[in-house]
Design a protein. Structure first.
Length: 450
C-alpha cells in the first residue's frame, strides 16, 4: 500500500535585481517537480540563465491552488496505486509512518528455471518379451525439477507382460501327503505293487548250443507239446468254489453268522473276493480279515497257493474281532501252561468210549475253560475224538462229574442239561469229531451249559 504523495514545493524564481536570497512565496503557483531541496538559493546571473534554460523545458501549471492540492492528496489516499514505488522517489522530507505494511509480490527465481522441452511429462514404453510391436503405457512420471527434493526409496513397478507364468510346482512330499489324506478319507485300498512281467522263452532262439544241450532242449520241447495238462497235474479243476463264513464279535450276541459262496478261477487272486465280501459285510476292505486254518490271508493269495482242490472254506471277520480273539488266545496261554502242571493228565482219566473212538491221528493240545471253573483245563486229544468224550474228560478234571452224572437213557431233558463245547461261537454236537472244527495246537475252547 503506497503512502500519500507529499505536497510539491513551488519552483524558485530568479530575480536579477535582487542580490540577496529569494524567499519562496507559499501563495505562488507550485511547480510539479522540485529540483532542489533548499529553501533559498543565491545565484549569480550565469546560474540564473542556466536555470531559465532548464525551466523552459517544463510547462507551468498556474491553475491549481492550495485547496486543489489538498483535494488531490485526499484522492490519492483513497485510491492507492500499485504501479508507484515509493522506494524509487525521494521527496526530500520524512514521510508519515504506514499504518499497515504493504504486501509485496514474491519474485520468482528465474535462475533455476528449466526450458519447456525439459519439463514435458515422460512416457515410459515397455515392450512385451514375445511381441516386439505391441507396447503399452505402464507408468506416467513427470520430470523432477532441480529445486524439488529427491524422492525417497521408490519401489520398482511390476512389468505387466502378456506372457502367462505357470504356477510353481509343488514338492513331491506335499503331493504324497495330499494323496494319503484323500485315500484315508475315501477309504480307498492302496494299490499293490505291480506284478513282474513274465517274459516267455522265445521258441525261435537262434543261440548256438552244445550238440548235447541242443538234443536235450529238443526232447523237452517235444515232451511239452505232446503232454497235456490234466486237472490233477494242475492242482485241481480250473473253477473253485470258496465258502466264506462270517464270524461276529464274541461279545455281540445279536451278531449274524452268514455264509457266502463264491466261484473263482484257481490261479486268480482274492482281490475281487475281498471287495465283494467287504460289500456284503458292510465293512471297509482295510478292516476286513480273512483267515484259513487260523492263518490270515491277503488279497494277493490264490486258491492254488492254499492247496484247495475243488472246494474251500474260509473265515472272515472285522479287524476288531480278529484282535480280540488273538488277545484272548495270548492271554490264556500262560494260564493254561501253569494249570497243566497242577492238573492231572486227562489221558489217564479218559474213559473207554473216548479211547475207542480215538483211533490214530495227530494229537492236539486244547485249553478248556468255563464260567463254573476258575482255572483252565488242558486236554490232549486226537482229531477223531468226539466232543462228548472231551466234555466228560473236562468234567472229571474239574471235579464236576458228580453234578452231571452220565445217563444211559437218551432223555431230552438230560441232553439239554449236559454241557457242550463252543468253538468260535458255534456249539459242537456230542457226536461230532473235534477235527471238524479246524483247531490248532493250543487253541481255546469254551464249555457252556454249566
Amino acid at each position: 500500500m503506497s503512502t500519500a504523495r507529499p505536497r510539491p514545493r513551488p519552483r524558485p524564481v530568479a530575480k536579477p535585481k535582487a542580490a540577496s536570497s529569494t524567499t519562496v512565496d507559499p501563495n505562488s503557483t507550485p511547480s510539479p517537480v522540485q529540483p532542489s531541496s533548499s529553501t533559498s538559493t543565491t545565484q549569480n546571473p550565469i546560474a540564473g540563465n542556466k536555470l531559465d534554460d532548464e525551466d523552459a523545458i517544463f510547462l507551468r501549471n498556474r491553475g491549481r491552488t492550495s485547496q486543489y492540492w489538498n483535494k488531490l492528496r485526499a484522492m490519492t489516499k483513497d485510491t492507492p496505486s500499485d504501479k508507484a514505488d515509493d522506494d524509487d522517489l525521494d521527496w526530500g522530507e520524512q514521510t508519515e509512518p504506514e499504518s499497515t505494511p504493504r504486501h509485496r509480490k514474491k519474485k520468482s527465481n528465474k535462475q533455476h528455471e528449466l526450458p519447456r522441452w525439459q519439463t514435458v511429462d515422460i512416457v515410459t514404453l515397455l515392450s512385451s518379451d514375445n511381441e516386439e510391436d505391441d507396447f503399452e503405457i505402464t507408468e506416467h512420471t513427470p520430470r523432477i525439477s532441480c529445486n524439488d527434493s529427491p524422492p525417497r526409496k521408490r519401489k520398482r513397478d511390476r512389468s505387466r507382460s502378456k506372457s502367462i507364468t505357470p504356477p510353481p510346482q509343488l514338492p513331491i512330499h506335499q503331493l504324497n501327503n495330499a494323496r494319503a489324506l484323500v485315500r484315508q478319507a475315501l477309504a480307498v485300498a492302496p494299490r499293490r505293487a505291480p506284478s513282474p512281467i513274465e517274459i516267455p522263452d522265445d521258441p525261435t532262439d537262434t543261440s548256438d548250443l552244445n550238440p548235447e544241450l541242443a538234443k536235450i532242449a529238443e526232447e523237452v520241447r517235444i515232451r511239452a507239446v505232446t503232454t497235456k495238462n490234466t486237472p490233477e497235474q494242475g492242482g485241481g479243476p480250473e473253477i473253485v468254489i470258496i465258502k466264506v463264513r462270517w464270524q461276529p464279535h464274541p461279545l455281540n450276541i445279536a451278531g449274524a453268522k452268514d455264509v457266502w459262496n463264491f466261484k473263482m478261477k484257481r490261479h486268480d487272486t482274492f482281490q475281487y473276493l475281498f471287495e465283494e465280501l467287504a460289500d456284503l459285510a458292510a465293512v471297509l476292505v482295510d478292516h476286513l480279515v480273512v483267515s484259513h486254518d487260523g492263518k490270515r490271508l491277503f488279497a494277493s493269495g490264490t486258491p492254488h497257493s492254499l492247496r484247495i482242490w475243488a472246494e474251500g472254506e474260509l473265515e472272515a471277520c472285522d479287524q476288531t474281532t480278529w484282535d480280540y480273539v488273538r488277545a484272548q488266545r495270548h492271554q490264556q496261554a500262560p494260564k493254561a501252561a501253569q494249570s497243566s502242571k497242577n492238573s492231572p493228565s486227562p489221558e489217564r482219566e479218559s474213559d473207554s468210549e473216548s479211547e475207542a473212538e480215538s483211533t490214530g491221528g495227530d494229537k492236539l493240545k486244547l485249553v478248556l475253560r468255563s464260567a463254573a471253573t476258575e482255572e483252565n483245563v488242558n486236554l490232549t486229544v486226537r482229531p477223531t475224538t468226539t466232543c462228548g468224550a472231551i466234555v466228560k474228560a473236562f468234567l472229571k478234571a474239574a471235579g464236576l462229574s458228580d453234578q452231571y452224572p452220565i445217563s444211559s437213557s437218551k432223555d431230552k431233558q438230560t441232553a439239554q442239561a449236559m454241557p457242550q463245547l463252543m468253538v468260535d461261537g458255534d456249539k459242537m454236537a456230542d457226536d461230532m469229531e473235534i477235527g471238524e472244527a479246524d483247531l490248532d495246537d493250543g487253541d481255546l475252547v469254551e464249555v457252556v451249559g454249566l
